[in-house]
Design a protein around this ligand. Structure first.
Ligand SMILES: Nc1nc2c(ncn2[C@@H]2O[C@H](COP(=O)(O)OP(=O)(O)OP(=O)(O)O)[C@@H](O)[C@H]2O)c(=O)[nH]1
Ligand SMILES: [Mg+2]
Length: 456
């Protein structure tokens, strides 16, 4: 942990500026070897910015920069940090980084800055994971959730439950170790109550995991229907750009087109597919097969029917192929007049919601958003303070904790000796500790931080 590390913390490519971060005991010393301003950085106050030049060993100017001095402990890593803003583009920042490395800093590993923040106790593991979720977030809702996790919404709830169990385990230990002492005994009822309550709280967190996955990846929504009904038009209309080719020729879309969109705050991974029909065209045929496959993988299927055209066997086939999926049926092109087939479609839709829309004018698309919101209970997700499980690792640990607590309740109900319950309580304590990082193995910590980018 003694090594002072450095890396470019801004993305590759051209931009206005690039930022190089240096962290560690020698951060100021290393920076002062290469930075030349009106005074030494060692003589500057913490959290101040200074103008100057980076110069190499030969005294040649490498770049004109701003250096920000931040002294421990109020820094990202809790170590001394210097951030150097260079000109953008990879050439200037690379040259400055090389100069800093030659002055004695080590190249940071992926995620090493965040790892130090974790190891130095500034954030726990779930908060560190929130940092990467913020970087990777594809939509505002996911970003807000990750930020709330970074601020500790999840850690707090996990810690509260874990502390209760630790306290319970300690009380039970005393009772087991000193059975003859006149200590206030903990009753099996007490143990059962605490275990039962903690199990409920764990399950409540777990119940957010499905929404959490959606928050992270978007609702995988596939638009299917026979050719020319307006599937690509719907994608374009929702994406607010000409993403897919639209023509009046049946069989326009041949491949699967994916677009991430935000529909009134609902994250959708929207998938446009080739119109489903029997065809001899080799390319279109492959497209149709892909359409059918994408139905299987979808969270939600939007079946589209041309309300201005004829509702026939091909439509019924699509309705049949999607009948076991979460589904919304759209009758499109209603700007051309009320469809004759609304009742016929409803009769074949097996109870699915049927909405009359126009991909062209946008009519009815707000109702589509409302229906999706209903199906996925998005009101809950939008609440900022609530912890939502978005991470598989956390989910697995919660399942382990919940099962162990279930066994505690069972053991008591079956009048088994309390040291059996004690084993499972400790399993639950460890599982919860895996989430915050208190009981996680070094290998897992290393693996988590290695999934970060360099410079983070
Ligand atoms: N009037 C009207 N025309 C529409 C509407 N939606 C689509 N169209 C027209 O219908 C035709 C087919 O639209 P597409 O979006 O290409 O249909 P598609 O379902 O993607 O067709 P394929 O890719 O061939 O399966 C185009 O001429 C669109 O302009 C609508 O709501 N109203
Ligand atoms: Mg199309």
């Amino acid at each position: 942990m003694e090594r002072t590390i450095a890396a470019i913390s801004t993305p590759q490519g051209n931009g206005g500026i690039a930022v190089i971060r240096i962290s560690g005991n020698d951060a100021i010393k290393v920076a002062d070897k290469v930075f030349f301003g009106s005074k030494k950085l060692a003589d500057c106050d913490t959290h101040t910015v200074h103008y100057g030049f980076i110069k190499n060993e030969k005294g040649e100017k490498v770049d004109e920069v701003l250096a920000t001095v931040m002294l421990a402990p109020k820094t990202f890593t809790r170590e001394d940090v210097v951030e150097i803003s260079t000109h953008g583009g990879s050439t200037a920042s690379r040259a400055v980084l090389d100069t800093i490395i030659r002055a004695g800093a080590y190249m940071a590993e992926p995620g090493e800055f965040t790892k130090r923040a974790f190891l130095n106790g500034r954030i726990d593991l779930s908060q560190a994971e929130a940092v990467i979720d913020i970087i990777n977030s594809t939509n505002e809702l996911a970003q807000r959730n990750a930020l709330s996790q970074l601020e500790g919404s999840l850690s707090k709830e996990i810690e509260n439950v874990r502390n209760e169990l630790v306290h319970l385990a300690a009380q039970m230990q005393v009772t087991i170790d000193y059975p003859d002492e006149d200590l206030e005994d903990i009753t099996t009822d007490d143990i059962r109550n605490v275990a039962h309550d903690c199990k409920n709280r764990v399950n409540k967190l777990l119940s957010t995991a499905d929404s959490g996955k959606i928050l992270r990846d978007g609702i995988k929504t596939v638009i299917v229907g026979k050719p020319n009904v307006g599937k690509s038009s719907l994608l374009n209309s929702l994406a607010r750009e000409e993403r897919a080719i639209v023509t009046d020729i049946a069989g326009t879309t041949r491949d699967v087109i994916e677009e991430y969109i935000n529909l009134d705050g609902i994250p959708l991974m929207l998938i446009d597919t080739a119109g489903i029909r029997n065809t001899d065209d080799t390319v279109e045929k492959i497209g149709v097969e892909k359409s059918i496959k994408s139905i299987e993988k979808a969270d939600l299927v939007v079946v589209m029917i041309d309300g201005s055209g004829f509702f026939g066997d091909e439509d019924v086939e699509v309705l049949h192929a999607t009948k076991n999926k979460k589904r919304i049926v759209l009758i499109n092109k209603t700007d051309l007049g009320q469809s004759k087939y609304v009742e016929a479609v409803k009769a074949k839709a097996n109870g699915s919601v049927v909405i009359e829309v126009s991909a062209k004018t946008g009519m009815g698309l707000d109702i589509l958003a409302d229906e999706i919101r209903k199906v996925y209970n998005f009101g809950e997700l939008a609440r900022e303070d609530s912890a939502v499980i978005t991470n598989m690792r956390h989910k697995t640990a919660l399942i382990k904790a919940g099962e162990a607590l279930g066994r505690v309740v069972e053991a008591i109900d079956m009048n088994m000796p309390s040291d059996i319950a004690s084993i499972d309580i400790n399993i639950a304590i460890d599982a919860l500790g895996e989430i915050t990082g208190e009981t996680v193995s070094d290998d897992i910590v290393t693996a988590i931080f290695h999934s970060f980018c360099v410079g983070k």
